[in-house]
Write a protein that binds this ligand. Structure first.
Ligand code: ADE
Length: 268
């Protein structure tokens, strides 16, 4: 079984991989963020990609999302687990908590977010944007590891790179979202178009700026991530150990393109 992992701010490698090799790919959408680090863990093939590149060189708007997901497709991964730092939009989601993302609200403005176009029109279902089957496995792994975890949550994706104003943060909060970040869109949309089951684990690092007396800055995000990186690594190891190929057979992602292409075959 092949498992893809995308690491965000603070998660730049996976420990315990054996037979490690670096795979550099070229895709029709350019180069991915970095080499895919391939290795074995618990008898499975793991492919790890640091979303912002080693050295953190891509802004959220600059991450080559299409190349990254296309690269995972070329590698033939069975699923993608995305890990990212987020702000919490709810009192009960405390810095250090994990949230399994089950919905998205897209506030990005400036990112290519489809593999289609240029003569091929497709509309994919995206009502269940992350894989419920993989989400369940990740949730159970967190529980087994004693990690504080919320079983579901809505992630609002902003363009960045600036954090939000207080006015924006309060308005987003009134919309009922749970966490805020800058990177899961278009990643999740592209994974769905590529028919790869995708789940996102959001690691709360701060209370954004809606909360009186709270502030958000890179130092704070990285400090909280550093404290929780061991939890993230344990969660991933447990998921990799527990997951079986047949678990994802009925993932909604696997049939995302059935009936989705509207362009008449003779025009393609
Ligand atoms: N990533 C981590 N904390 C964040 C926040 N408050 N807003 C947007 N992205 C974040």
């Amino acid at each position: 079984m092949k498992i893809g992992i995308i690491g965000g701010s603070g998660l730049y490698n996976i420990e315990g991989l054996t037979d490690v090799e670096e795979i550099y790919l070229e895709t029709p959408f350019g180069k991915p963020s970095d080499a895919y680090i391939h290795g074995k863990l618990e008898g499975k093939d793991v492919y790890f990609l640091p979303r912002h590149g080693r050295g953190h060189v891509y802004l959220p708007s600059e991450v080559p999302y299409r190349a990254n997901i296309y690269g995972f497709k070329m590698l033939g991964v069975d699923c993608i687990i995305s890990v990212s730092a987020v702000g919490s939009m709810k009192e009960e989601i405390k810095p250090g908590d994990f949230v399994i993302v089950t919905q998205f609200f897209d506030r990005t403005k400036n990112r290519p977010s489809t593999f289609f176009g240029n003569g091929i029109v497709a509309h994919i279902p995206f009502d269940t944007p992350t894989c419920p089957l993989l989400n369940e496995i990740i949730y159970n792994a967190c529980v087994e590891e004693g990690i504080p975890v919320h079983k579901e949550g809505t992630y609002i994706c902003i363009e960045g790179p600036q954090f939000s104003t207080k006015a924006e943060s309060k308005i987003y909060r009134s919309w009922g979202v749970d966490v805020i970040g800058m990177t899961n869109i278009p990643e999740a949309k592209l994974a769905r178009e590529a028919e790869i089951p995708y789940s996102s684990v959001a690691l709360a690092t701060d209370y954004d700026v809606w909360k009186e007396g709270e502030e958000v800055n890179v130092e704070k995000v990285l400090e909280t991530m550093a404290k929780n990186i061991e939890n993230a690594k344990r969660m991933l190891k447990r998921v990799i150990k527990n997951i079986k190929p047949e678990d994802l057979e009925n993932s909604p992602a696997r049939t995302a393109l059935v009936g989705a292409i509207q362009t008449k075959p003779e025009y393609i």
